[in-house]
Design a protein around this ligand. Structure first.
Ligand code: NAD
Ligand code: MG
Length: 396
């Protein structure tokens, strides 16, 4: 029986993870469930999965949860606050930690799991976007195994040779005969929308992703392709890839989830229906396979698989992210923080869809470059960038 901590259990990835566990109850136990403040859903998850611990970041919400569980006669112990969450992520009884808290709030709990040498199922993109080097170094030191959950990175991981799978973060791609890491993306809901209509895009339109069902923030990021930009950064860290070893291709049907090119002309791809339970199940069971509850891919129902080169005029956030990686971790951290603020402002109808990149760009350009040596540096840049982003928003 493997014991899991699910960081972000009440979110989109968290609920999909619980769904995979539900299909394999004799092999996996939800040891601890962790969320932000959704008391009702956390109560229901405790009723269903009987975790040893449940944590909510928000203290008032945690108190309410504890009262609910008491009245239901459930023995789950309730804790709250980031410190307690970090301790759960490093708990000695735990085998695996699903890192699926959204945003910078996921950094410390994920790092805590890495430092404790856990098998870390990495969904939280921000960990690598802001602290790539720190995470890879810590994983090397502690022996933590990083398994990518993000569907593209999981597809790439599956298409790599075992030697590379065993060296996440420092695999010698060229030595293994690999010429390119090919990151695919759907292009989001506005792939064919006339560019002059972009400024009137509403939050409801932006969160309606054609292929994937996801949280609101990441759905907006898919529409701007900032998501692919963050994934580009994630891929460079995970697979130790140079800029020349990266290729980005728009593949609107999201059936191929990413690929690896080899020097002999072979291209290996991972395919499947767009359902996050597949990469989640892959990481949970690795190197074995388990039933994810996902419908088998029916090739005869697929009309076509198409591929398009990304256009940076349509997706300026993608270009911004690629350039930020070259500038350094201060820039990717600042861009990520700015983007969180900008997306929230867009969802609250304070700025237009087309202003998101303006906010992001102005923050990256105005932040003073520093070397990132420890997590405190990241948190410092993150905080500054958020302030700059809020100021920038007032100008739109
Ligand atoms: P979501 O918004 O649906 O869920 C986020 C979870 O984090 C919730 O459980 C929420 O309660 C929790 N949370 C938020 N703030 C918290 C805090 N301060 N302390 C503790 N918990 C907190 O997001 P999601 O779509 O599930 O995405 C989670 C992460 O996985 C993100 O980093 C995202 O980029 C990444 N990811 C998601 C998908 C997807 O398909 N949804 C795919 C790839 C990667
Ligand atoms: Mg993805």
């Amino acid at each position: 029986m493997k014991k899991l901590v699910i960081l972000g259990s009440t979110g989109s990835i968290g609920t999909s993870t619980l769904s995979v566990i539900e299909h394999n109850p004799e092999q996996y136990q939800a040891f601890a469930l962790v969320g932000g403040k959704n008391v009702a859903l956390m109560t229901a998850q405790c009723q269903r999965f009987h975790p040893r611990f449940a944590a909510l970041e928000n203290a008032t919400a945690a108190q309410q949860l504890a009262e609910n569980l008491r009245s239901l006669n459930l023995p789950t112990e309730v804790v709250s606050g980031q410190q307690a969450i970090c301790e759960l992520a490093a708990h000695p009884e735990v085998d695996q930690v699903m890192a699926a808290i959204v945003g910078a709030a996921g950094l410390l709990p994920t790092l805590s799991a890495v430092k404790a040498g856990k098998q870390v199922l990495l969904a939280n993109k921000e960990s690598l976007v802001t602290c790539g080097q720190l995470f890879i170094d810590e994983a090397k030191k502690s022996g933590a195994k990083l398994l990518p959950v993000d569907s593209e990175h999981n597809a790439i991981f599956q298409s790599l040779p075992v030697e590379a799978q065993n060296q996440v973060g420092f695999c010698p791609l060229a030595q293994l005969g690999i010429s390119k890491i090919i990151l695919t993306g759907s292009g989001g809901p506005f792939r064919t929308k006339p560019l002059d209509e972009f400024s009137t895009i509403t939050p409801a339109q932006a969160v309606a992703h054609p292929n994937w069902s996801m949280g609101r923030k990441i759905s907006v990021d898919s529409a701007t392709m900032m998501n692919k930009g963050l994934e580009y950064i994630e891929a460079r860290w995970l697979f130790n890839a140079t800029a020349d070893e990266m290729e980005i291709i728009i593949h609107p049907q999201s059936i191929i989830h990413s690929m690896v090119r080899y020097i002999d002309g072979s291209v290996l791809a991972q395919m499947g229906n767009p359902d996050m339970r597949t990469p989640i199940a892959h990481t949970i069971a690795y190197p074995n396979r388990i039933n994810a509850g996902v419908a088998p891919l029916d090739f005869f129902k697929l009309k076509e698989l198409t591929f398009i080169e990304p256009d940076f005029a349509r997706y300026p956030n993608l270009k911004l992210a690629i350039d930020a990686f070259t500038a350094g971790q201060y820039a990717t951290t600042a861009m990520n923080a700015a983007n969180e603020i900008a997306v929230e402002a867009f969802l609250n109808e304070q700025i237009r869809f087309t202003d998101i990149v303006g906010v992001n760009r102005s923050v990256v350009e105005n932040i003073a470059p520093i070397a990132i040596r420890e997590i405190a540096d990241v948190l410092h840049i993150d905080k500054l960038a958020r302030e700059l982003a809020k100021q920038a928003i007032l100008q739109f």
